[in-house]
Design a protein around this ligand. Structure first.
Ligand code: PBG
Length: 325
């Protein structure tokens, strides 16, 4: 006589559940985003991102110390400059905010892995990720500036360049410029698959990078498209990307999964600002169990196929994981 399958046998206690667990989240998976601003004595909370702050350089170490203490081994730095202009000149300044932040963090923690986000939107007065001409974000004219920005970040000591601008050809332009400058060993984590997403809203508050006209739909991807993600990723692999990113995370887990099946490079998922803000808001209302939800979400991203996760929850999640051991 045929009996039914007893799946619950392998769930009946913590020991067996641990033995059959397929995916694990670890602090080694996290890349923690940190914002550096001009000024002195500043630790200013981003209103739409409770727990995320802008740090002036004289206070930046406080945050980096905490992250290292929590067990974080990699950070990504974003600069919020004071002066913006039409072509984002401050992005590549030797003494620019992010260049100084990178140098400072590397000096304090030579072994902490420091990534630099390479984009122009924080640095341009119009808030677009490339150069604007006649009301259009122009592609090829933006590449040189982005490449120079990447080189300046490598010069400052960045261990990896993470370009997020979504211009065509940005990986190749940056790879060539890095190589020419002698940085053949600096890898590129391409934000290869970046959607034109409403989930970036809180980040734009944080980075003061909201486009002053139009939107980013002429360069970021349409959320309705999946095959196009493979095309984008393929191009960036061809151009020399060392790792690929999918962004945002939660609403795009199918995309992470598809990339995982199609490519052999490490894949990062960006658990973006809007995802963070939703969790924080619901937790503040007492509507969800924050710790459980965050760990479940991060596990979901791993299960979908992400090797690495950029997340504002990194510091807290690393602590929870340590406590849970
Ligand atoms: C810069 C950039 C953005 C994010 C990371 N790099 C914003 C954007 O494209 O508008 C968003 C990150 C987040 O929402 O957490 N281009």
């Amino acid at each position: 006589m045929k009996s039914f399958r007893r799946h619950r046998r392998l769930r009946q206690n913590r020991g067996i559940r641990r033995m059959v667990r397929e995916h694990h989240v670890s602090p080694d998976d996290f890349i923690y985003p940190i914002f550096a601003v001009e000024g002195k004595g500043l630790k200013t909370e981003v209103p739409s991102m409770p727990g995320v702050f802008h740090f002036s350089l004289d206070r930046l170490n406080e945050e980096v110390d905490e992250a290292v203490e929590a067990g974080i081994s990699s950070v990504i730095l974003f600069g919020v400059p004071e002066d913006k202009d039409a072509c984002g000149s401050a992005a590549q300044a030797e003494d620019g905010i992010v260049q100084r932040a990178i140098a400072q963090v590397k000096e304090r923690y030579p072994d902490l892995y420091v990534m630099a986000d390479t984009c122009l939107c924080q640095y341009t007065d119009h808030g677009h990720c490339g150069v604007v001409k006649d009301g259009q974000v122009v592609n090829d004219e933006s590449l040189h500036i982005l490449a120079q920005t990447a080189v300046s970040q490598a010069q400052a000591g960045a261990d990896m360049i993470a370009p997020s601008n979504m211009m065509d050809g940005f990986v190749l332009a940056i790879r060539e410029a890095l190589d020419r400058a002698g940085y053949t060993q600096i890898p590129i984590l391409s934000y290869a698959v970046k959607y034109a997403s409403a989930f970036y809203g809180p980040f734009r508050d944080a980075a003061h990078s909201t486009p002053q006209f139009g939107d980013r739909r002429t360069y970021q991807m349409d959320p309705a498209n999946a095959r196009e993600a493979l095309k984008e990723a393929e191009t960036d692999v061809d151009e020399g990307a060392d790792m690929l990113m999918v962004k945002p995370g939660m609403a795009y887990m199918d995309i992470i999964h598809r990339l995982r099946e199609s490519f052999h490079l490490p894949i990062a998922a960006y658990n973006v600002s809007g995802e963070y803000a939703m969790v924080k808001a619901a937790a503040a209302k007492g509507w969800i169990d924050e710790q459980a939800v965050v760990l479940e979400m991060l596990t979901g991203l791993k299960r979908a196929g992400a090797d690495l996760i950029l997340t504002y929850h990194a510091k807290e999640a690393a602590r929870w994981l340590k406590e849970g051991e």
